[in-house]
Design a binder for this molecule. Sequence first.
Ligand code: HEC
Length: 246
Amino acid sequence: MRPARPGEWRAFALIAIAAAWLLGAANPATQAQALQNSGKAPPIPQAGPLAQPKPLDQVGLPVEATRAATPADNPQTPAKIALGEKLFFDARLSADGTVACATCHDPARAFTDGSPVSVGIRGRVGQRNSPTILNALYNVAQFWDGRAKTLEDQAELPIVNPSEMGQPNLEAAVTAVAAIPEYQQAFKDVFGKPANRTDLARAIASYERCQILFDSPFATRARSAMPPSAAGSSSIAKPAATNVTR
Ligand code: HEC
């Protein structure tokens, strides 16, 4: 092989630097580090079509388990779910108005943040990876260590976590929400009283309970490829209409 000429070395070096830069920029760990250095929270995702509550007539949806996962004191209603969705995307729940639940549970990333560890308020880096909230209603307990029993219990904790939403206490988040006329009306309509911590967590949990996903392209295809008799008896058969209210 002939030795490279000086001009060619320069071209190789430039390509190597560009490749290293591109790999680094696309690396979630590097992005988390960059956010930490900047002292800023990641941008808040928008509530697009992927954030919509999912239909209950999905192929393979476990009807009984879905019903059992809804507590008697927090029944699903469309208005409550809509309020929960607003809250889930609202950074006003955080201490400085920069972090929403959706920051780390982004619908476009299957309700995760795609990062090894989450980055919250003021670029603070947590110690754990953000799990999806898709199908979280079926979890026997919430968090990697199961320290919250229900979605309602869970919803309060990120609000006061210093490296997530950073509020000094839940009342601070309630006060921020209660100051907004649209929320005043919504809490009155849905719960019949002003915003309070219990109902705030209930609304968010209700929204999360709509994030059910079973209708994968695979399940749909497998079902359509089956003879009707097999499809009817399979666990990926279409369920009968459910009585879970929405
Ligand atoms: C800064 C990032 C961040 C924010 C903001 C955040 N979360 Fe999380 N979330 C996480 C991480 C990280 C975990 C896992 C922590 C653990 O297990 O200790 C988690 C866990 C969860 C879980 C448990 C899921 C499971 O499979 O165990 C739910 C549900 C959840 N978050 C909902 C919410 C809600 C609701 C909000 C807003 C009130 C919120 N999160 C705000 C990062 C975040």
